[in-house]
Design a protein around this ligand. Structure first.
Ligand code: MN
Length: 427
């Protein structure tokens, strides 16, 4: 598919600093507010946010058939529900307006002043209302690491793992935007050598490096989405931190899976990078053996080459990259996840988030959780000042970053960031 807005040769009249996550080829969508503006939709370009309400109300988006007020809302749900074709046309038009040789906005000083807001003046908000959140478990390396630690190193995968993309239904109400503090959860914990559980704050608080896709359509109950049409139902991707309390998890998860160990908070990055912007970064996924059932068989490249990193920042301004990995390693693709999710007739809602599951690579520096990086606390991470970490302490901040890069174009995701605060913190 040819998408003009993705042309690596495009240049913008808006200054984009080298290494920026948001060149003209990206144009991710989000929701922001300022001292003067209530929440509205915007697009990121360099160090600015473009106010889509202003552009829409002042004729810059005429001819696209957009409903009145579609951007003047707290969430992007109504906009993304317009479907891939229409939202693609909006991105193409915004690209045109920002191209160096287009004078419509460039030479209209008054409009430019209002429409382009420095990123330092905005507060980013949760971009979609999330009706449902599902968490997959689609990284072979992550599932194998966890299986080795808690079951059998010689046989780490459960028998179903290579046949279907394993998942559970998560909690949508506690999904928060990057920058929101995360309060250390308290619940029942049973130490392996104790005879009874105690009520305690988690001592094994962890992050899970994930990406999530945002569903842009409503489907009817009973109507599956095929693997071939699955991507038409995906607006774009965000970074996702599925915070996990390992000690709570270990005591509660049998037989129905994680509950309080995960539902206290999940953090997302504020900018949704469209699947369109990621089109040049398609790649083949790992070979699937045994062969999957026909409803999971997908043609073409369904994985995406996106570099990911985790930065751990501890009090005192010390920080270190603790993991580097890539989204391309995922065993199950997003198309397969969506096809599997709906094959029984489960219906989709606009704004549903489907997270990938922890993304781990094959070498120890590419693991996507502290559980794996420290091998359940047995191999502490050493930070530049000599301090060590097995799991997260109060005051620690975890930052995820991601970008895809090719032909001199860097499509970045911004940050997904959260600081751990004590269980005693009043909220
Ligand atoms: Mn997870």
């Amino acid at each position: 598919m040819q998408i003009k807005a993705n042309d690596p040769k495009l240049k913008s009249w808006v200054e984009v600093p080298p290494g920026s996550d948001f060149p003209i080829q990206n144009l991710p969508f989000g929701v922001f507010k300022t001292r003067y503006l209530s929440p509205v939709a915007g697009v990121a370009i360099g160090n600015y946010v473009l106010d889509l309400v202003y552009l829409h109300e002042n004729g810059f988006l005429d001819g696209l058939g957009l409903p009145a007020g579609v951007f003047n809302q707290r969430y992007l749900n109504d906009f993304i529900a317009l479907g891939r074709k229409k939202t693609r046309a909006v991105r193409e038009r915004i690209s045109e307006l920002l191209q160096h040789d287009n004078d419509e906005l460039r030479d209209h000083a008054a409009a430019r002043e209002i429409a382009l807001i420095p990123v330092t003046e905005v507060q980013m908000l949760l971009p979609v209302r999330v009706p449902n959140y599902t968490d997959f478990y689609s990284s072979l390396e992550h599932a194998s690491n966890v299986g080795s630690m808690f079951r059998d190193p010689n046989n780490p995968l459960l028998p179903n793992w290579r046949h279907l993309p394993v998942a559970y239904h998560g909690r949508a109400s506690s999904i928060v935007v990057s920058g929101t503090p995360v309060r250390r959860p308290q619940a029942q914990i049973k130490m392996p050598d104790a005879s009874a559980p105690v009520f305690s704050a988690s001592k094994k608080l962890d992050f899970e490096l994930e990406m999530a896709f945002v569903v842009c359509s409503e489907t009817r109950l009973g109507q599956p989405v095929t693997v071939t049409e699955a991507e038409e139902h995906i607006f774009g991707l965000i970074l996702f931190n599925d915070w996990s309390a390992r000690d709570i998890q270990q005591w509660e998860y049998v037989p129905l899976g994680p509950f309080l160990s995960k539902n206290f908070a999940s953090t997302v990055s504020p900018w949704i990078v469209t699947l369109d912007a990621l089109e040049p970064f398609r790649t083949k996924g790992p070979e699937q053996k045994p062969e999957v059932l026909p409803y999971l068989k997908a043609e073409g490249n369904k994985n995406f080459d996106i570099q990911l990193e985790v930065i751990l920042q501890i009090p005192g301004g010390i920080s270190a990259v603790v993991s580097r990995t890539n989204f391309r390693y995922m065993y199950w693709s997003m198309a397969q996840q969506l096809a599997h999710h709906t094959v029984n007739g489960c219906n989709l809602q606009v704004g549903d988030l489907m997270a990938s599951g922890t993304i781990s690579g094959s070498d120890p520096g590419s693991y996507g959780s502290l559980l794996e990086l420290t091998w359940n606390g047995t191999r502490p991470i050493r930070l530049p000042n000599g301090e060590e970490r097995t799991f997260l302490k109060d005051g620690d901040t975890v930052i995820f970053r991601a970008y895809a890069e090719k032909d001199g174009v860097r499509i970045g995701f911004g940050e997904c960031k959260g600081e751990i605060v004590s269980e005693k913190t009043k909220v």
